[in-house]
Design a binder for this molecule. Structure first.
Ligand SMILES: [Zn+2]
Length: 50
């Protein structure tokens, strides 16, 4: 039996919540900083504002 908590996790740079590895990130996991497209968009917008 395999434990369910095996997947790597990161903290989202935008919302600060932990998120787990996903299949779609298997090639870019090192570069992933946000939990979702929404957070990535928000982060971009926030950076632009200042
Ligand atoms: Zn997020």
């Amino acid at each position: 039996m395999r434990r369910k908590g095996d997947l790597p996790q990161k903290i989202c740079a935008q919302c600060g919540r932990p998120f787990a590895w996903r299949k779609k990130w298997e090639r870019v996991w090192e570069e992933v900083r946000y939990c979702s497209d929404r957070c990535r968009t928000e982060a971009k917008r926030a950076a632009r504002k200042s």
